[in-house]
Design a protein around this ligand. Structure first.
Ligand SMILES: [Zn+2]
Length: 295
């Protein structure tokens, strides 16, 4: 099985990005896995500190490993937004393929210092692990927000991106390029989409030559996604769109079967709903048309 690094290099060479989908239960994991398998596309599942606390760090690592081995399928596991070295080490020891070490809330120099230490420490546990660093401000939770925060002052400049990558030795950089965690109500309702600073992505790529992740992808304009990937984005994170689909699927299933108490009969509707979103995003990130495959 090729490593995540090899898969990312392949994606970069062919102008595609690997989809990263957050999960916090078996329904979401199953939906992501089935969507990726149906399309024969590599995929990353990610869990933030909160999501890992719910599922169990070692437990999810075993689960994802068992899927990868049994189906010989490129499903990778990322420790998303990890704010302490202890939690990053825990994920590395559990066998995660990558860690997002996020000290972007700290002053820039302190972010560099702590991220460099984390890179050294995590590579000493697993030399193959990919470490992602974060700069700039892209907001907080993957939830539905009432209003849009002003993130314009927290955009990453190409110069600081280069300084950060060079000084820390991170494998992957997550810059702030107009992206934002979570969605506005208008985005959930399909009345608005997020737009990205494509020129900034291209400049950061040109200067750093680093692998780049786009966080907070939910609700982003499709054309902006295509341009961002062409400009150098290698991984795209989607979380809130899955959470919305999960809730919608669950609610409709409970409504349709008011007397039913059997989880494995009620939950497939939620899996189906999430799977549709994942499949649609994977096709977009891999330059495949909606009708190209029957999955
Ligand atoms: Zn994120």
């Amino acid at each position: 099985m090729d490593s995540l690094r090899v898969r990312l290099q392949e994606a970069q060479a062919s102008g595609k990005a690997i989809g990263h989908f957050n999960i916090s239960d078996f329904v979401l994991l199953k939906a992501v896995f089935e969507a990726a398998r149906g399309l024969h596309l590599p995929v990353i599942v990610g869990l933030s500190e909160g999501e890992r606390a719910f599922v169990g760090t070692r437990q999810i690592a075993s689960f994802v490993r068992s899927l990868r081995e049994e189906f010989d399928f490129p499903i990778f596991l990322n420790a998303d937004h990890t704010h302490s070295l202890a939690k990053a080490v825990e994920a590395a020891q559990a066998g995660f393929d990558s860690v997002v070490f996020d000290q972007s809330a700290l002053p820039f120099e302190e972010n560099i210092r702590q991220t460099r230490l984390a890179v050294e420490s995590l590579k000493s546990i697993n030399p193959e692990i990919l470490v992602e660093g974060e700069i700039g401000d892209i907001g907080t939770g993957s939830e539905i927000h009432e209003s849009s925060p002003d993130l314009s002052k927290g955009l990453s400049t190409p110069a600081e991106a280069k300084q950060f990558v060079d000084a820390t030795g991170v494998d992957i950089l997550a810059p702030a390029v107009g992206n934002m965690h979570g969605m506005l109500k208008s985005m959930v309702e399909g009345r608005a989409t997020k737009h990205l600073d494509i020129a900034r992505i291209a400049d950061i790529k040109r200067l750093t030559r680093s692998l780049l992740t786009l966080h907070g992808g939910s609700g982003t304009n499709d054309e902006d996604f295509r341009k961002a990937i062409a400009a150098g984005i290698n991984i795209v994170h989607i979380n809130t769109e899955l959470r919305v689909a999960w809730r919608d699927g669950l609610e409709s299933s409970l409504r349709d079967h008011p007397e039913d108490v059997v989880p494995y009969k009620l939950l497939p509707a939620a899996i189906d709903r999430v799977q549709l979103v994942v499949a649609s995003r994977l096709r977009l990130f891999n330059n495949e048309s909606e009708f190209a495959r029957g999955a």
